[in-house]
Design a protein around this ligand. Structure first.
Ligand SMILES: CC(C)[C@H](C(=O)O)[C@@H](O)C(=O)O
Ligand code: SF4
Length: 467
């Protein structure tokens, strides 16, 4: 048998039919659904008089449009948002899929809820009408975003038409230095490859530094594979993965667990597998980073200065000029001198318990700088409950942070949590496009520890100063 990558193995195990041109029909193990990209898909089924093919493999949860304030049981004010959430509510119940409504403590961001509930397992194909579905690749599953017409196709047939991507290996060797996290890895990879570097590929992240990450950290890394242009990102499962999965509500149990482990233990890339592209970074060389521009590739170590547009090449010169103008930054200015107004800790990139622990560790006994707005939005109701149990919530509240309910919140401007024009935010999310967090809002992406440090000093801050 010819050697295979992990991606090849999962792909081959799910091909139901291959057409002459190589296009395949893939079997889908898990279909995650949120309120933004599903209303038309369910409507399509309704009009065609069809049912959901595998409701037991379909999991729905509202996240993007839900308010995160404590009074959200009073309903959603914005009409468009309310219509989407109400539609998901009705569709989930009418079609009989698994559902975590806003009132359920298990509700949260779809990419946090799936793994938490044990829906996401190694070796699976996982899809969702959402680009950050790549997150689930952390379990060694093939997980990617799909469009609304594909959501309808998967609902109706539990299959998806796909062409195979190429194989890319991103290796992070050695160990990370103190203060450096999974977020710094994933941003640094995009800094090295650019936002188109992964186009046409599925990335497998490997190497000692990746192996040393917790599942939370691995999810942070895979979450941003899409920002690097890749179809998906994944990490071979190991003891860390199995320990995380074991005992979760929907993970296999008893004899089924044993059978699953037999398959899961085969999920790695063979030694002499073929890679179409290889990138290697040394763990020791990765610094705590922040973004300065309006693309996730606009990333630099916190010790650097705002770059000049002329330091780039080709079309990037104009893009950088525009980004600097939008961000209100001057070349040569030290990144650590940039004053901020707001701190947002949350999102499917960094809204898990480990992220809140890292932020709280910095904030303990400290205060948010006067005049700033700071909020923590746990990725799920269960993350919130655990953080309360561990005393983290109290640390945030004592420091002056707002302690919110679960949702996408200020990651994107689809709910009441938004930036005003010109407002500058230290954010743990994954996108810093113009207007992403609100019209005219300025976003600097970073790790939870760095965002917490920025809340204390009121400027972008090298976390190592506060350690
Ligand atoms: C709204 C949704 C379709 C979108 C995505 O696909 O990623 C959102 O989650 C985002 O992060 O921009
Ligand atoms: S948290 Fe942000 S990136 Fe994640 S699904 Fe929600 S909007 Fe998209």
């Amino acid at each position: 048998m010819s050697p295979k990558t992990l991606y090849d193995k999962i792909w081959d195990a799910h091909v139901a039919h291959e057409a002459d041109d190589g296009t395949c029909l893939l079997y889908i193990d898990r279909h995650l659904v949120h309120e933004v990209t599903s209303p038309q898909a369910f409507e399509g089924l309704r009009l065609a008089g069809r049912s959901v093919h595998a409701p037991d493999k379909t999991i729905a949860v509202p996240d993007h449009n839900v308010p995160t304030t404590l009074d959200r049981a009073n309903g959603i004010e914005n009409e468009e948002s309310r219509i989407q959430v109400d539609a998901l509510d009705k569709n989930a119940r009418d079609f009989g899929v698994h559902y975590y409504p806003v009132s359920d403590v298990r509700q949260g961001i779809v990419h946090i809820v799936g793994p938490e509930q044990g829906w996401t397992l190694p070796g699976m194909t996982v899809v969702c009408g959402d680009s950050h579905t790549a997150t689930h690749g952390a379990f060694g599953s093939l997980a990617h975003g799909i469009g609304t017409s594909e959501v309808e196709h998967v609902l109706a047939t539990q299959t998806l038409i796909q062409s195979k991507s190429k194989n890319m290996k991103v290796e992070i060797t050695g160990q990370l230095m103190p203060g450096v996290t999974a977020k710094d890895i994933t941003l640094s990879v995009i800094g090295a490859t650019g936002t188109a570097g992964g186009t046409g590929y599925v990335i497998e992240y490997c190497g000692e530094a990746i192996r040393s990450l917790s599942m939370e950290g691995r999810m942070t890394v895979c979450n941003m594979a899409i920002e690097g242009g890749a179809r998906a990102g994944l990490i071979a499962p190991d003891e860390t993965t199995f320990a995380y999965v074991m005992g979760r509500p929907h993970a296999p149990k008893g004899a089924q667990w044993e059978a699953a482990m037999t398959w899961w233990k085969t999920l790695y890339s063979d030694d002499d597998a073929h890679w179409d592209k290889v990138i290697t970074l040394k763990g020791e060389d990765i610094a705590p980073v922040v973004t300065w521009g309006t693309s996730p590739e606009d990333v630099l170590p916190i010790t650097a200065e705002v770059p000049a547009a002329e330091s780039f090449k080709g079309g990037k010169v104009e893009a950088a000029r525009r980004a600097l103008d939008y961000m209100g930054l001057t070349p040569g200015q030290k990144l650590s001198d940039i004053a901020i107004d707001t701190v947002f800790i949350g999102s499917c990139t960094n809204g898990r318990i480990e992220d809140l622990r890292a932020a709280a560790a910095i904030l303990k006994g400290k205060k948010v700088k006067d005049g700033m707005r700071a909020m923590v939005v746990p990725g799920s109701g269960l993350v919130r409950a655990q953080a309360e149990e561990e005393g983290l919530a109290q640390v945030f509240i004592d420091a002056g942070f707002e302690w919110r309910l679960a949702g996408c919140s200020m990651c994107l401007a689809m709910n009441p949590d938004q930036l005003s024009p010109g407002e500058r935010c230290a954010a743990t999310s994954n996108r810093n496009f113009e207007g992403r967090q609100g019209r005219g809002g300025r976003t600097h992406l970073m790790s939870p520890a760095m965002a917490a440090a920025a809340a204390v000093t009121g400027r972008l801050t090298d976390i190592r100063e506060l350690m």
